[in-house]
Design a protein around this ligand. Structure first.
Ligand SMILES: Nc1ncnc2c1ncn2[C@@H]1O[C@H](COP(=O)(O)OP(=O)(O)O)[C@@H](O)[C@H]1O
Ligand SMILES: [Mg+2]
Length: 367
């Protein structure tokens, strides 16, 4: 229990916050952030424990839920919130979800819905506003028209970007393989000899295996489970290993000071996504022979450098403020900025270097 001054030094909210995150590192990070901003905060180990605390402790007036929670499925949330005392405001933090689900949550009284990765200031502002406004029974679409419209715009944009990426992957990868399979099957149908038909059948088999790999790659790319389970270093190692299968490209990964340490989950996700896009760009555009990825903790920051020795490109010719500009580089920069970091790109005829700096909270800063 620390000072009563809230974010920005204003007179602090009088109630208490109960927060829950299934990931212990994420929970400690958020609790620490809230306490340092002057909130009184209790961390619960499970969704049910958090709901019980809200019911038994009259001082609690904000519930901060980081989804998913194993014991509290998203679809059960509207019903469960109905059993909370009416003075409690609910803030939900999650990966982007379909617009209809977001609307259902807002209708059920969620005061604010934040999509990961979330900037610490945005989280603090949301909790502060929820604490001052209070009451999930009074929240919801009718009383929060403005935040809801903004939220939906943000949600639709995020969904649209994701869909565009998936559509492109489906088009460039799987549908090309399927076309080749169709051609092989047609060749079997018209085969003049049994020997030729057998040859085409094994070609169709090979192409189907490739298509299956492509589907798996796409599924993994949507959310690599290794990132949730084992953390950034293991996820980067897996990414490097998959990239090494790309013919003619040497991949060096160096993550000396991570040493399997868990960083805040939003930082891990941001760094992983940036490296993933940068690596994809090297494969797609660079014609490089070497790719080097260095990720390290130094001077209270997480630093990443992704370098290739490919043909480079002229940044000045890319108008990144054009609404039709490709989203990869823009998304990389936005992701870094979403956690208070920065990203710079240098590119020329000897290759491309991308530098990422992300400040770490004190307890994660040591290398
Ligand atoms: N490592 C790289 N080497 C060469 N060119 C690159 C590299 N990364 C990006 N580019 C160039 O920058 C452009 C924009 O990249 P990006 O925003 O990721 O969009 P996309 O990959 O969808 O084309 C690419 O089309 C390519 O011309
Ligand atoms: Mg790209």
């Amino acid at each position: 229990m620390t000072s009563t001054s809230g974010p920005g030094g204003t007179s602090g909210p009088s109630g208490e916050i109960v927060m829950v995150d299934a990931d212990r590192a994420g929970r400690e990070y958020a609790a620490d952030l809230l306490r340092r901003a002057g909130f009184r905060c209790r961390a619960a180990a499970s969704g049910v424990a958090a709901l019980n605390l809200c019911k038994s402790e009259p001082a609690v007036n904000v519930l901060l839920l980081t989804m998913p929670l194993p014991d509290l499925p998203m679809q059960d949330l509207p019903a469960r919130l109905g059993h909370l005392p009416p003075n409690i405001a609910v803030v939900v933090l999650c990966d982007p979800i379909p617009a209809e689900s977001a609307i259902a949550l807002m209708r059920a009284g969620v005061s604010d819905l934040l999509f990961c990765p979330v900037q610490p200031e945005r989280l603090l502002r949301s909790v502060d506003e929820a604490s001052r406004r209070g009451g999930h029974a009074t929240a919801g679409i009718a009383s929060t028209a403005q935040p809801t419209r903004q939220l939906l715009q943000q949600l639709l944009r995020a969904q649209e970007d994701e869909r565009r990426r998936i559509a492109r992957d489906l088009h460039d990868g799987i549908s090309q393989s399927l076309v080749s399979i169709i051609l092989a099957l047609e060749a079997i149908h018209e085969a003049p000899t049994l020997h030729f038909a057998r040859q085409q059948a094994s070609e169709a088999h090979r192409l189907t295996t490739l298509a299956l790999d492509e589907v798996r790659r796409l599924a993994r790319g949507l959310r690599p489970s290794v990132l949730d389970d084992l953390g950034l270093e293991a996820a980067l190692e897996q990414l490097a290993m998959q990239t090494r299968t790309h013919r003619g490209l040497r991949v060096d990964l160096h993550a000396p000071t991570l040493r399997n340490a868990r960083l805040p989950i939003e930082v891990e996700t941001v760094v992983y996504r940036i490296v993933q896009e940068a690596v994809t760009n090297v494969i797609k555009h660079a014609q490089a022979s070497c790719l080097s990825v260095i990720v390290e903790r130094r001077d209270g920051q997480l630093r990443a450098v992704i370098e290739d020795d490919g043909r480079g490109f002229d940044l000045a010719l890319l108008n990144l403020s054009d609404p039709n500009a490709p989203l990869g580089l823009i998304g990389m920069r936005e992701r870094a900025e979403s956690v208070g970091g920065s990203l710079t790109i240098e590119s020329g005829s000897t290759g491309t270097s991308i530098y990422v700096h992300i400040p770490l909270p004190d307890d994660h800063a040591a290398g």
